[in-house]
Design a protein around this ligand. Structure first.
Ligand code: MG
Length: 165
């Protein structure tokens, strides 16, 4: 089994959509970014890439490349899952933490877990999403940014599974 870790931080801007784990959270501000800025999926993508030493999100989806302008991070995650499969691995456990001062995410955790489970073809029990605040400390605690961490375990595909990829 391999392990991967990912981290990301995005500035929050009024009028942008707040996207977390592929779920739109209604709020007055959202992540600035070349793509939809989904900080949680970006941390997860880096964790998956890291598990097989496949580089990082900026290497695969360069921020200056017009191809990825306003891209949905869920599409980027699907591509990274395909890449992981082609490398002979599949995710089996995901643990994540989002740090955000507001809004409170309690009511959205279940939807975010389901969304990540669907995107990674995992049972929802294998996907953990935790939420914290930064206790008022900048930049996350002052509402200027949102941060996410992800850790994944990936396991080698069975030989007969990799034959069909
Ligand atoms: Mg990012």
């Amino acid at each position: 089994m391999n392990i991967g870790h990912g981290w990301d931080l995005h500035r929050l801007e009024p009028g942008r959509k707040l996207m977390l784990g592929g779920v739109h959270i209604p709020w007055s501000s959202g992540e600035a970014g070349h793509s939809d800025g989904d900080v949680l999926l970006h941390a997860l993508i880096d964790a998956l890439l890291g598990s097989c030493a496949l580089g990082d999100i900026g290497y695969h989806f360069p921020p200056g490349d017009p191809t990825w302008k306003d891209a949905q991070s869920s599409d980027l995650l699907r591509q990274v899952c395909d890449l992981l499969h082609r490398s002979g691995f599949s995710p089996c456990q995901i643990d994540t933490t989002v740090i955000l001062e507001a809004p409170k995410l309690k009511g959205y955790i279940s939807a975010i877990r389901s969304s990540i489970a669907e995107l990674t073809s995992l049972p929802v029990e294998a996907v953990s999403v935790k939420a914290k605040t930064a206790e008022g400390f900048p930049p996350v605690g002052t509402g200027e940014a949102v941060e996410a961490h992800a850790v994944v375990l990936v396991e080698p595909l069975e030989e007969d599974q990799s034959l069909y990829l």
